[in-house]
Design a binder for this molecule. Structure first.
Ligand SMILES: C[S@@+](CC[C@H](N)C(=O)[O-])C[C@H]1O[C@@H](n2cnc3c(N)ncnc32)[C@H](O)[C@@H]1O
Length: 172
C-alpha cells in the first residue's frame, strides 16, 4: 500500500520492475482524479482501485483498515508535506495495517541530530515552512521515536541521490 501516490510514478515504476506486486495506491480526494488519469494513460499494469486516504480522516483510515494486513507500506516525499499531527497519524495507521514483521519504506529528505544539515535541505525546509508552517523536513530522531511509540523499529537507512534517504521501519 502506498500512501500519497501523487502522480503514480512510483507505483508504475515498482510494478513494472516487479510484475508480481499488487500495489494499492492511495491519495487525498483532491488529487485522486489526476492519479487515476495517469494510471490509465501510462500503466500497462492493472492496479486495484485507488483508495481515498487523508491520514487525518477517520473514515478514510477505517476504509483502509478493512483492506489490511498489507505486507509493506511505501511513501515518498510526503512526511515533509503533512503536518506533524499528520505524520503521527501516518505512523499509527501504518502500524495498524501491517502484519507482524511488515515493513514501511519512506523516501525523502531528513535531518539528523549528529550531522550538519546540507544547504539544499535547509533551503527546502525554509521554502516548505514559508508555504505551510506545519510542514517541513523531519528530524530522523522524531520519526524514529514516533514509530517506536507504535511498535516499529528502524531497520535500515539508505543514502539516496540529492541528499534524500530511504528509511525502512519494521513492525516488531
Ligand atoms: C510532494 S507530494 C508527493 C507525491 C508522490 N509521493 C511523489 O513522491 O511524487 C506530497 C503528497 O502528500 C500527500 N498528502 C499531504 N497531506 C496528506 C495527508 N494528510 N494524508 C495523506 N496524504 C497527504 C499529497 O496529497 C501529495 O500526494
Amino acid at each position: 500500500m502506498e500512501i500519497a501516490s501523487g502522480s503514480g510514478q512510483h507505483a508504475l515504476y515498482f510494478t513494472q520492475q516487479n510484475p508480481e506486486l499488487i500495489w494499492q495506491c492511495t491519495e487525498m480526494s483532491s488529487e485522486r482524479n489526476a492519479l487515476q488519469i495517469n494510471l490509465n494513460e501510462l500503466g500497462a499494469v492493472t492496479f486495484p482501485p485507488i483508495k481515498t486516504l487523508d491520514v487525518l480522516d477517520g473514515r478514510d483510515v477505517a476504509e483502509i483498515q478493512t483492506l489490511s494486513p498489507f505486507d509493506c507500506v511505501y511513501t515518498s516525499n510526503s512526511l515533509h508535506i503533512m503536518s506533524w499531527q499528520g505524520c503521527q497519524a501516518f505512523m499509527k495507521l501504518v502500524s495498524e495495517v501491517l502484519g507482524k514483521g511488515g515493513v514501511c519504506a519512506i523516501y525523502g529528505p531528513f535531518f539528523y541530530n549528529d550531522q550538519p544539515p546540507v544547504v539544499s535541505n535547509l533551503e527546502f525546509d525554509a521554502w516548505l515552512k514559508n508555504r505551510n508552517p506545519e510542514s517541513g523536513v523531519r528530524q530522523f530522531s522524531d520519526v524514529a521515536e514516533a514509530f517506536g511509540e507504535v511498535g516499529m523499529t528502524c531497520r535500515s537507512d539508505h543514502a539516496m541521490p540529492a541528499n534524500n534517504r530511504l528509511l525502512v521501519f519494521q513492525k516488531d
